[in-house]
Design a protein around this ligand. Structure first.
Ligand code: PNW
Length: 460
């Protein structure tokens, strides 16, 4: 077998997010976020699970950095909890919260691991939601203020910054289908939320870049390959709509400074009227774009059997504003334990499309991975062949993209550790490191050992 070598300097990472791993939800001055409120509400998260303790990373981060070293990571993507830094979302700064991230960044730098913080991974401060949340324009300004506070504290040590994670999820799962916090079901509000998430991104980049132009700034979007179930015009129209809402509704404003006309027409009934001036702010020049990729959507515009939810066991309401008639159908591929079909060709498609249709920009895979219901063997090890196969396939696609000239600079597996999988609670495991939730004991899975070898060799 020939080996696939990655370019020197290619980043080998793993990703996590604050609410999913930290725990310590009410310690050292942290204020409440919409995910605390949501998970504390019965019927929102499977088994009533919460992130109150999660994998206790807040108290165990030093050991966790040690595990990253063991795997040989060169970069670590994590998110910063807004309410650790600003307990009320705005106003008073909580030094203890900032200190936690300072210590984490210091440990990473000592270990030779590049810190890749994300400023917003879905944990909006509760008082800001009470004031209207992301559908309210002020939230974008509060986000930029918060970004400036964090950047002031860490901008000298952290080079690579990601503003928002997956605005599609934050806007449409949070405000249209209600499967994620804050659990609202209002299509018009969800469109404004998407707009203000991107506006907040633009304002934050402006503020941080003014402070430190040498840093590198980007956003992370969840992109999908989209196929029509058949060549029937209704199925082709469904594919255009879903590609529009999922991919172009975010890529076009962020990278081209405009919304796609066809999507605006699809949602015309919802009174969405973004200001032109905002689009200039949203389309700040970026230094990198983060791509989160998991699967392909295969869709039909014709009536038929309803399919399963992807993001919550409690899903009933569509996140697809203006296109609620579209059906997600079986594309006929093997799937992970999330029911998400495995399709590395889709990743290649997404990357080459970005390269072809958008301005040239260094890219990173900021998330890619597979979730399963897993149990360790008698010796305590998880033999996660499925995850190894998933990551190998997608890294092969990355290699092909690079060979085709796509400026892909690094890969972050989702996730470093098993953790709180949003509406699925602790029921799905994405980690390369197993966590026994009763004892918080960490054990490398087979995939972590395999990944360590790949990193060591810089090749598949
Ligand atoms: C992403 N969907 O979430 C997030 O960035 C992670 O925090 C999460 O743990 C990971 O992927 C695995 O789920 C998503 O329904 C959640 O389309 C739901 C969807 C997509 C991404």
């Amino acid at each position: 077998m020939t080996s696939l070598e990655f370019p020197p300097g290619f980043g080998w990472g793993a990703a996590t997010a604050a609410y999913q791993i930290e725990g310590a939800w009410d310690e050292d001055g942290r204020g409440p976020s919409i995910w605390d409120d949501f998970s504390h509400t019965p019927g929102k998260v499977l088994n009533g699970d919460t992130g109150d303790v999660a994998v206790d990373h807040y108290h165990r981060f030093e050991g966790d950095v040690g595990l990253m070293r063991e795997v040989g990571l060169t970069a670590y993507r994590f998110s910063i909890s807004w309410t650790r830094v600003l307990p009320a979302g705005a106003g008073e700064v909580n030094q203890a919260g900032l200190d936690f991230y300072r210590r984490l960044v210091d440990r990473l730098l000592e270990a030779g691991i590049a810190p890749w913080p994300t400023l917003y991974h879905w944990d909006l401060p509760s008082p800001l939601e009470a004031a209207g949340g992301w559908p309210d324009r002020d939230t974008a300004h509060r986000f930029a203020d918060y970004a400036a506070v964090v950047h002031e504290a860490l901008g000298d040590r952290v080079r690579n910054w990601t503003t928002i994670n997956e605005p599609w999820c934050a806007a449409f799962l949070g405000y249209a289908s209600g499967e994620h916090a804050p659990g609202r079901r209002d299509g018009a509000a969800s469109l404004r939320a998407a707009h203000h998430l991107m506006l907040g991104h633009g304002l934050a980049v402006e503020a941080m870049r003014a402070r430190q132009p040498a840093n590198r700034f980007g956003a992370a979007v969840n992109l999908y390959a989209v196929s029509a179930a058949s060549g029937h015009p209704d199925d082709l129209d469904a594919a255009r709509r879903i590609d529009g809402l999922q991919n172009r509704f975010f890529l076009d404003p962020l990278l081209l400074g405009r919304y796609p006309d066809d999507v605006l027409a699809d949602v015309a009934d919802l009174g969405f009227a973004p200001a032109d001036a905002d689009l200039k702010t949203i389309a700040q020049p970026l230094d990198h774009l983060g791509v989160n990729y998991y699967t392909r959507h295969t869709v039909s515009g014709r009536p038929g059997e309803a399919t399963q939810a992807v993001s919550s066991p409690f899903s009933s309401h569509s996140p697809w504003v203006g296109s609620g008639h579209v059906r997600f159908v079986d594309g006929g591929r093997p799937a992970t334990g999330m029911g998400w079909e495995i399709d590395e060709e889709g990743l290649l498609e997404v990357l080459t499309r970005l390269h072809r249709e958008y301005p040239a920009l260094p890219l990173h895979i900021t998330e890619n991975g597979a979730g399963y219901d897993e149990v360790p063997d008698a010796g305590g090890t998880v033999h996660d062949e499925g995850r190894i196969d998933y990551v190998r396939r997608h890294l092969t696609a990355c290699h092909r993209a690079i060979a085709a000239g796509v400026p892909l600079r690094g890969y972050f597996v989702w996730s470093l550790l098993d953790n709180f999988e949003w509406a699925w609670g602790y029921g799905k495991r994405f980690g390369m490191i197993h966590v026994d939730y009763a004892t918080q004991r960490r054990t490398l899975k087979d995939s972590a050992r395999w990944y360590a070898e790949v990193i060591e060799r810089g090749a598949l």
